[in-house]
Design a protein around this ligand. Sequence first.
Ligand code: PMM
Length: 277
Amino acid sequence: MRQLQSAGRTLVMGIVNVTPDSFSDGGDFLSAEAAIARGRQLLAEGADLIDVGGESTRPGAARVPVQEELRRVLPVIAELVAAGAAVSIDTTRAEVAKASVAAGAELVNDVSGGLADPAMLDVVAELGVGYVAMHWRGHSDVMQQLTHYDDVVRDVAAELAQRRDAALAAGIAPDRLVLDPGLGFAKTPDANWTLLARLEELAALGQPLLIGASRKRFLGELLDGREPRQRDDASVALTALCAERGVWGVRTHTVRAHADAVAVVARLAQERRGGVQ
Ligand code: PMM
């Protein structure tokens, strides 16, 4: 995947949820036309990748039939690829991953890290595309009952290490594998902060990191119950801090402010290395 080679800065992955029920934008981009327009807008704002998803992972969400997931995402992927976007497919299903790559996607973003579909890792290895393995303990209907950890960072790192090893054993190339702690997935609000405070322990797993903090509930709790769309400034603050820590990518609902924050961090990093040559 071209984007997995380092751009020398954190990448911004813009979200297009083609779903009726995602927590912050559900229903906004359910028609293919609206989703494509949103993707084009995010691309124009500087997104490095567009992450297209057809199944909500909101806590409590029910599964979507595979045919419906395919119907939602495939036309959107094809159009955005034609518009020049690098597209990732947010799915836990191997069948959807395969069809999406055939439509032009070059990265599979699997919130289950290969646990939801036993065929996923082999299919991704065979396709030869990039793969994001997120930390996951169970589907959305049960994940909020799975929030016990002895030490959240140690436990998430150990569980992610297992997913890394399974992905590599399946034949996914190490330079195509990204890990993600899965903020908000089987995590209490405090657990998300603990993970963000100790990112270096996750970086020690040896793979690039993707962080999805955008508009999540733990930000709403910090901000006295602010609604998802009112959490964008806090999301940008986290993007700057994560970029400063050297994460590979951030997954965000809006793009321009995040891309600006990344540019600021990259410029400062350049200055620390000795300035513009
Ligand atoms: N979060 C959501 C969906 N997909 N994928 C990755 N890799 N990391 C995340 O944190 C993540 C994800 C939930 O957010 P959304 O419903 O607004 O897309």
